[in-house]
Design a protein around this ligand. Structure first.
Ligand code: NAD
Length: 296
């Protein structure tokens, strides 16, 4: 059993922290939202008054926050959490943020002798609740060995992507590819349907052929093809357009910083930002399918 300080109890952090309580760890939590804290109190965690109180004496500190500024804000500076932690603590930031603040926190932790990993997740709210998230970790090998023990109680696939920041890069690569193949799948289905094909039959054909991909396999974007997919439930999320647009913004920054000509990714970002600007931000990201209908 480990002593865990958990900061950020939103849609993802809440169920992740609950899984740590269920696994028998001693979990102290903090969030700015009293409702989020109450949920964890009900689940058996100790709610702290401040982030500093939550991490006192912790073997592991885990954060699940919206963006880079929140992560830098809680960890860095004279009154930041890093300055208050013991060297034996392992710090895992599971938020999806841009690589530079992640590396900055990693470097500050390293300078203080504290093990830090960026450990963003893939899988969404359902996987967070089921404890089946995938973690993509960036940091030192010995920190990864310690991280793995606790991440296993929240996830199924735990990868060491490379040094500090590598987890965020892996997440950016994956989600850019996801956006591209989702849009490509929508275009292929729409083209087939407008030429008289049944979307179910066309999906079966592509699944058995070289167009096979994750969007077709488990998340078909055409309504009625897959009963449990968001497309068959008015595009209720699932994984929101707002989050995909955010992740694509982070991926574009990575491509730009590394000099990659990622035209497909840029176009995907443009299409998701347009859908977001038109008021579709809270819908599932497979609702990009509907934009093909609109522009017919
Ligand atoms: P959320 O907005 O539901 O939760 C964020 C929580 O952080 C909120 O409860 C907020 O009150 C809290 N918070 C903000 N600043 C704080 C501070 N200074 N101290 C303490 N608490 C603070 O967001 P979410 O959906 O849980 O996402 C969290 C992270 O996970 C994001 O980086 C997101 O990109 C990533 N992510 C989300 C999903 C998803 O499907 N929701 C999937 C994969 C990754």
């Amino acid at each position: 059993m480990a002593h865990v300080g958990f900061i950020g109890l939103g849609n993802m952090g809440g169920p992740m922290a609950i899984n740590l309580v269920k696994a028998g760890h001693s979990v102290q939590v903090f969030d700015l939202s009293p409702e989020a804290c109450q949920q964890l109190r009900d689940a058996g965690a100790v709610v702290a008054d401040t982030a500093s109180d939550a991490v006192r004496g912790a073997d592991y500190v885990i954060s699940m926050l919206p963006a880079g500024k929140h992560v830098a804000g809680i960890y860095l500076g004279d009154d930041g959490l890093l300055a208050q932690l013991d060297k034996s603590t392992t710090v895992l930031d599971c938020s999806t943020i841009d690589a530079p603040p992640s590396r900055e926190v990693g470097q500050a932790a390293a300078a203080m002798g504290i093990g830090f990993m960026d450990a963003p997740v893939s899988g969404g709210v359902a996987a967070a609740a089921a404890g089946t998230l995938a973690f993509m970790c960036g940091g030192e090998a010995d920190t990864f060995a310690r991280a793995r023990i606790i991440l296993a109680d929240m996830g199924k696939n735990i990868f060491h992507a490379g040094p500090a920041g590598a987890g965020q890069v892996a997440k950016g690569c994956n989600n850019m590819l996801l956006a591209i193949h989702m849009i490509g799948t929508c275009e292929a289905l729409e083209m087939g349907v407008r030429n008289g094909l049944d979307p179910k039959v066309l999906s079966e054909i592509m699944l058995a052929s070289s167009g096979r991909n994750w969007s077709l396999e488990v998340y078909n974007p055409f309504p009625g093809v897959m009963e449990k997919a968001p497309a068959s439930n008015d595009y209720k999320p699932g994984f929101m357009v707002d989050l995909m647009a955010k992740d694509l913004g982070l991926a574009m920054a990575i491509a730009e910083q590394s000099g990659v000509d990622n035209r497909m990714g840029q176009l995907a970002k443009e299409l998701y930002s347009k859908l977001q600007a038109e008021g579709g931000g809270q819908q599932d990201f497979s609702s990009i399918m509907q934009t093909l209908h609109k522009e017919a």
